[in-house]
Design a binder for this molecule. Structure first.
Ligand SMILES: [Zn+2]
Length: 464
């Protein structure tokens, strides 16, 4: 991994880009895109083939065909630009949780998508990408969110940062925290990951003991934590709360802000680019357009006019050269703000309108309602050996229907028995008993509404 001065150069460039405004951002985007495309055409067999009929010079972004995760993963060894990186090698690497955040091939950071976006993905980041993510996080987003007084409060509290996220695998969120801890000894005390899957009472006790200056959580987990805070069992005083991984409603944000007495900030993050956009006080997400391109497009991949929800959004990651992501279909519906944001940021402003899994509610043995975080219960199924893809649908107050797609070669009956056993054990740990777990005949399906895969669905919609 690279040395610190490089990161500070990137930070300096971020400040300059924003000061120069739209023209400075566009110039950087154009230069970085040209370098990325040239690199992909030279060293990635996948892109060589995909771009074979395009002119050698000066292809603009819109001339380039879009790609999907399924396509890229199916051609993994041809997609990457370093021949030491292979699908078999990366799969073996991520199968070992002891290797989380350790360098793959001596230099790469590897993470997997948690399965909430359908087909699992394996992502490999080079030093340039890791530097860019860190610079954006510490040099652009944290100062914008905390302000000078907030940064001072964070310093006084030793920058203690709690991330309540999915654990146990090479997931982007937990892996990133671990990478920072490994690289900076002083951060090994400041950064801590809390398993979202542990029982709520244990999580509350652990968070109270740690007393973080910053809290990161998925919106669904934050909703539960906000209730704990309002009930007086959780006593946190964060400078700000960061939410990531799922979209949230303004209502839920407002409730959490009132509970924690601090701003709730949103980061639009994906395993494909860890910090695509970050929210401002006017609740718009500002795209880090000097390092990432997000194109809102319709079903035929034509640009969606600003102000209208898109069919999907294409991501181009300008930071990562080892596994080029160029016009990659993220599957989210976004809306681009047509006019300048009142916050004054020159970065393009968007909202994500279609990305949310439901919180499930079950009755506990004592009659109380227990809420289950979608990422946690989804992870229980996805981590069962032999599961390729899954979808959970709550069909009644105490019934779940499970749609499964097994990995090639896995024994269908055994996979199902293991999934049912893991789910029962997990629900029992949450003090929920007697849930009927039914196996669906149909495979996991896309949502008709957004064309977007949702892993955990509550039917009827989870109230209130
Ligand atoms: Zn703004």
């Amino acid at each position: 991994m690279s040395k610190r001065p490089h990161s500070w150069c990137v930070v300096l460039d971020l400040w300059r880009a924003q000061r120069e405004g739209p023209a400075g951002l566009a110039r950087r985007q154009e230069n970085r895109l040209a370098a990325l495309v040239a690199h992909a055409r030279k060293l990635s067999r996948f892109y060589q083939h995909l771009y074979r009929d395009l002119p050698a010079e000066r292809a603009t972004l819109r001339d380039l065909p879009a790609v999907t995760k399924r396509e890229l993963m199916a051609s993994f060894d041809d997609w990457v630009t370093d021949s030491r990186v292979t699908l078999a090698g990366v799969e073996a690497f991520v199968a070992n949780p002891d290797l989380i955040a350790t360098p793959y091939c001596g230099e790469y950071f590897v993470c997997t998508s948690a399965g909430t976006t359908g087909h699992p993905g394996l992502f490999v980041y080079d030093r340039r990408a890791v530097d860019a993510y860190r610079a954006i996080s510490i040099g652009r987003i944290t100062p914008a969110w905390a302000g000078a007084r907030g940064l001072l409060r964070m310093t006084r509290r030793g920058f203690r940062w709690a991330a309540v996220v999915g654990t146990g695998g090479h997931y982007a969120g937990a892996g990133w925290m671990e990478l920072q801890r490994r690289r900076n000894p002083w951060l090994s005390h400041a950064y801590r990951v809390f398993a979202v899957r542990q029982p709520l009472a244990e999580l509350v006790t652990a968070l109270n003991a740690f007393a973080p200056a910053i809290l990161t959580a998925y919106p669904s987990a934050l909703e539960l934590l906000a209730e704990e805070q309002l009930a007086g069992r959780l006593h946190l005083h964060p400078v700000f709360v960061e939410i990531a991984g799922e979209s949230t409603t303004l209502d839920a944000s407002a409730r959490a802000a009132a509970a924690f007495g601090c701003p709730i900030r949103n980061v639009y993050a994906a395993s494909e680019f860890l910090v695509m956009a970050f929210s401002c006080p006017h609740d718009w997400l500002h795209v880090n357009s000097d390092w990432a391109v997000l194109e809102a497009v319709d079903e035929d991949l034509r640009p969606t006019p600003p102000g209208e929800p898109s069919h999907t959004v294409l991501l181009t990651n300008l930071a990562n050269f080892v596994q080029p992501i160029i016009r990659y279909d993220l599957g989210d519906s976004v809306l681009v703000r047509p006019d300048p944001c009142p916050c004054g940021s020159p970065l393009p402003a968007i909202r994500v309108v279609g990305r949310r899994d439901d919180i499930l509610r079950f009755a506990a043995a004592d009659g109380k309602s227990v809420k289950i975080v979608p990422l946690a219960i989804g992870g229980v199924v996805d981590e069962t050996p032999g599961v390729h893809r899954s979808q959970l649908i709550q069909t009644g107050p105490s019934a779940i229907r499970v749609r499964l797609e097994r990995k090639p070669g896995a024994d269908e009956e055994k996979v199902w028995r293991d999934v049912a056993a893991s789910l029962s054990a997990y629900l029992a740990q949450q003090r929920v008993a007697n849930v009927e777990i039914v196996r669906a005949n149909e495979p996991p399906e896309q949502s008709a509404r957004f064309g977007k895969f949702r892993q955990v669905i509550a039917v009827p919609p989870a109230g209130p």
